[in-house]
Design a protein around this ligand. Structure first.
Ligand code: NAD
Length: 249
């Protein structure tokens, strides 16, 4: 199995891409610690695969992250998956929206990575490789999209964060990459569609920008997560890896 012997941390694992990734990593033999604030979602995740350990963790709570990190044995790989899509232009983005998005989408990755880094470096030293994967998006420094002002800014920051860590730790064989999905059919996307002025048109618009004529499923994204957390990607670091069905061609 591709992740045999690996201990892997995942945030935002109760639903969407994080959940599909937790299940995919467990299927490949990893010991997965799946965290979220959605307790019911975590309960159904561990019911779906009893090999997955689920723990509540609010990634915006610095003391909870420190307590979590000190209670854990070292991880071989971490996937900072959490993120929120704020809809709107700069004029729709109040300072509190800016601060919330940067806290959840960027600072949470800083908190978790800083807290878990000593263990990751130990594992890299022992096994020859360890990995950090951060969730970015095609909406970032890669491409601008309408009404993704602060979201795009946060995901561009995630890519810069990723490259800086990759540069600092490549010589110690700790890799750091960013994942940049296109539009993925997840509960939060369904919420964005449902709350649009015209939900039927909103779904058509999302699909219309997909060269492959469909949204991504979480199952289109999870295999890349497995690859980037596994030793198969041991020579890949500092990359913003697109899985977007051709949107950015
Ligand atoms: P989602 O938005 O449906 O679920 C997000 C999860 O994050 C939820 O389970 C929620 O409980 C959890 N969460 C929210 N606040 C939290 C907190 N403070 N602490 C811990 N957990 C918290 O999932 P998704 O759509 O798969 O998105 C996951 C990631 O993928 C995000 O970073 C998102 O920006 C990114 N992404 C999504 C898409 C897409 O089209 N869905 C595309 C590109 C990137």
């Amino acid at each position: 199995m591709r992740l045999e012997g690996k201990r892997i941390f995942i945030s935002a694992a109760a639903q969407g891409i994080g959940r599909a990734s937790a299940l995919a990593c467990a299927r490949e033999g990893a010991e997965v610690v799946a965290t979220d604030v959605n307790i019911e979602g975590l309960r159904t995740l561990s019911a779906e695969d009893s090999r997955i350990e689920t723990l509540p963790l609010d990634v915006c709570d610095g003391s909870a992250v420190s307590a979590f990190a000190s209670a854990q044995t070292p991880f071989d790989a971490i996937f900072n998956c959490v993120g929120f899509v704020h809809n709107g232009t700069i004029l729709d983005c109040e300072e509190e929206d800016w601060d919330f998005s940067f806290d959840l989408n960027v600072k949470s990755a800083y908190r978790l990575t800083r807290a878990l880094l000593p263990g990751l470096l130990d594992r890299a030293n022992q096994t020859g490789t360890a990995a950090i994967l951060n969730m970015a998006s095609m909406a970032s420094s890669i491409k601008g999209f309408p009404n993704r002002f602060v979201y795009g800014a946060t995901k561009a920051a995630v890519i810069g964060f990723t490259k800086s860590i990759a540069a600092d730790y490549a010589s110690r064989r700790l890799r750091c990459n960013a994942l940049c999905p296109g539009t993925v059919d997840t509960p939060s996307l369904r919420e964005r569609i449902a709350t649009a002025a015209d939900p039927v048109q909103a779904e058509k618009d999302f699909i219309a920008r997909q060269p492959m004529g469909r949204l991504a499923a979480v199952g289109d994204i999870a295999p890349m997560v497995v690859f980037l957390l596994s030793d198969e990607s041991r020579f890949v670091t500092g990359q913003a890896v697109l899985v977007d069905g051709g949107v950015t061609i």
